[in-house]
Write a protein that binds this ligand. Structure first.
Ligand code: PMP
Length: 433
C-alpha cells in the first residue's frame, strides 16, 4: 500500500551536492541529473518490486525501472536466488560457460531474426558492434539512422540522437570528429519517402538502416507498420541490411521483441536492458551468414573481458524465464493501458492538450495535440508543463522518467492498486498545472 508521508529531500540534496564535486554533474549518466525537470534528483537507497525507496524514507511507484531492465520487478526473488547461487561459483570466468549457451538458445528461440548471437556489456556496445557488422558484411560505409533515435553513445550515432543529448540541448557532442559522423545519414521517422531519397542519392553506398522499432528516446512514438515494411523493402532493393535496435523494446513489447509484434523481420538486432535482468548485458545477433563474420568465426574484431559473464547470463536467463509465464505480456498490456488512459483522461479533464499510448510494458505521453509520429512532432510538447507535472508526481510518490523525451516502463509487479494510486495522483497534479 502506498501511504503518502511528508515529502522530504534533505538527504538527497546533501548527497547529490557532494556528488557534484566528485562526478561530472553529480552522475554517471546524464538524464539522471534531472536537468530538464528542475535539477534536484532523488538519491535511491533500495528498490524492490515496483517500488523505489530514497535516502529520505520516501517511497515511490517506479515507472523507470532502471530505464527498462526491471520488467519482473526490482530485486526479483527468483532472479536474486539464482544470482546468489551463481555468486558462490564466481562472477567472471573469461572462459566459455554453459550459461552463455542457455541464454543464447533462449534468445535464438524467441527472436525471429536471430540465428546467432554475441553477448557484450551494454546497449552502446551492442550498437557500435552491429554497425561494424553492417559495414564489414556489405563493404559499404554509410548508414541511415532516424532523427530522435538513440543507439548509445558511440561517435557515429551521436547525430540527432534523442533524449540524453536533447534534454541537455546539445546539438551534437564536442569531441566527435567529423569523420566519424560523415557517413551517418539522418531520415525522418515514419517517413519512408525520406529514406527512399537517401537511398537514391547514395546508390550502392548504404551499408544498413538502424532504428528503434518503437521509439523511446524522443518520448514514446509508435511506428506505422507500413513504415517498417517499407524499410524492409528498401533495404532488400538496395542491398542494405536492416537492423532493429531493440535495446529498449526487446522482450518488453513482446516475447519475440518488436519484430515479432509487428511481423517485420530485420537482418540484425541489438538488445540490452531486459536481457541482462538488471546486470550489465548487451547483445547483437542476426542471420547466421551475417554473424559468422564476427571473430573468431570471421575477421571482424569485437571482444570483451566481462562479456558473457556467468552472473549477468544468470540474471538474463531468469528474467526471460519469468517473462515466459503465460499471459505475462497481456497482463502488462492491460495494466499499462489502464495507466496511460487514466493519465490522458486526467489531463483532458483538466483542460490540457495531451496525447499518448502504450505497447505492452512501454508507454508515454506528450503535452500537445496528437498524433506524434516523429521527433519533429515531439518537440511541440510543452516542456515547462512537463517539468511541473514531473515534480508534482514525484512529491506524491510516483517516480517518472525525468525527461519528456523518455518512454515510461511498467513491469509484471505493478499492481492494479499501484496503477489506481498513480491515476489518482495524476488527477491531483493535472489540476495544478
Ligand atoms: N539503444 C537504445 C534504443 C537505447 O534506448 C539505449 C539506452 N537507453 C541504448 C541503445 C544504449 O544502451 P546502454 O545505455 O546500455 O549503453
Amino acid at each position: 500500500t502506498i501511504t503518502k508521508a511528508a515529502f522530504k529531500t534533505d538527504n538527497s540534496q546533501r548527497i547529490f551536492k557532494e556528488a557534484q564535486d566528485l562526478l561530472p554533474g553529480g552522475v554517471n549518466s546524464p538524464v539522471r541529473a534531472f536537468k530538464s525537470v528542475g535539477g534536484q534528483p532523488i538519491v535511491f537507497d533500495r528498490v524492490k518490486g515496483p517500488y523505489a525507496f530514497d535516502v529520505d524514507g520516501n517511497k515511490y511507484v517506479d515507472y523507470v525501472g532502471s530505464w527498462g531492465p526491471a520488467i519482473c520487478g526490482h530485486a526479483n526473488d527468483q532472479v536474486n536466488a539464482a544470482l546468489i547461487k551463481q555468486l558462490e561459483k564466481g562472477t567472471s570466468f573469461g572462459a566459455p560457460c554453459e550459461l552463455e549457451n542457455t541464454l543464447a538458445k533462449m534468445v535464438i528461440d524467441r527472436v525471429p531474426s536471430v540465428e546467432m548471437v554475441r553477448f557484450c556489456n551494454s546497449g552502446t556496445e551492442a550498437c557500435l558492434s552491429v554497425l561494424r557488422v553492417m559495414r564489414a558484411h556489405t563493404g559499404r560505409e554509410k548508414i541511415i539512422k532516424f532523427e530522435g533515435c538513440y543507439h548509445g553513445h558511440a561517435d557515429p550515432f551521436l547525430v540527432q540522437a534523442g533524449s540524453g543529448v536533447m534534454t541537455l540541448g546539445l546539438p551534437d557532442s564536442p569531441g566527435v570528429p567529423k569523420g566519424a559522423t560523415g557517413t551517418t545519414l539522418c531520415a525522418s521517422y515514419n517517413d519512408i519517402e525520406s529514406v527512399k531519397k537517401i537511398f537514391a542519392e547514395n546508390k550502392d553506398e548504404i551499408a544498413g538502416v538502424i532504428l528503434e522499432p518503437v521509439v523511446g528516446n524522443s518520448g514514446f512514438i509508435v511506428p506505422d507498420k507500413s513504415f517498417l515494411e517499407g524499410l524492409r523493402t528498401e533495404c532488400d532493393a538496395n542491398g542494405a541490411l536492416l537492423c532493429f535496435d531493440e535495446v529498449m523494446t526487446g522482450f518488453r513489447v513482446d516475447k519475440g521483441c518488436a519484430q515479432a509484434y509487428f511481423g517485420v523481420t530485420p537482418d540484425l538486432t541489438t538488445m540490452g536492458k531486459v536481457i541482462g535482468g538488471g546486470l550489465p548485458v548487451g547483445a547483437y545477433g542476426g542471420k547466421r551468414e551475417i554473424m559468422e563474420i564476427v571473430a573468431p568465426a570471421g575477421p571482424m574484431y569485437q571482444a570483451g573481458t566481462l562479456s558473457g559473464n556467468p552472473l549477468a547470463m544468470t540474471a538474463g536467463i531468469e528474467t526471460l524465464n519469468i517473462l515466459s509465464q503465460p499471459g505475462a505480456y497481456e497482463e502488462m498490456d492491460r495494466k499499462t493501458k489502464t495507466l496511460i488512459e487514466g493519465i490522458l483522461k486526467a489531463g483532458k479533464d483538466n483542460g490540457h492538450a495531451v496525447c499518448g499510448g502504450n505497447i505492452r510494458g512501454m508507454f508515454g505521453f506528450f503535452f500537445c495535440e496528437g498524433p506524434v509520429k516523429s521527433f519533429q512532432d515531439a518537440t511541440k510538447s510543452d516542456l515547462d508543463k512537463f517539468g511541473r507535472w514531473h515534480r508534482g508526481m514525484l512529491e506524491r510518490g510516483v517516480y517518472l522518467a525525468p525527461s519528456q523525451y523518455e518512454a515510461g516502463f511498467t513491469g509484471m509487479q505493478h499492481s492494479d492498486e499501484d496503477i489506481a494510486y498513480t491515476i489518482k495522483m495524476a488527477n491531483e497534479v493535472m489540476a495544478t498545472l
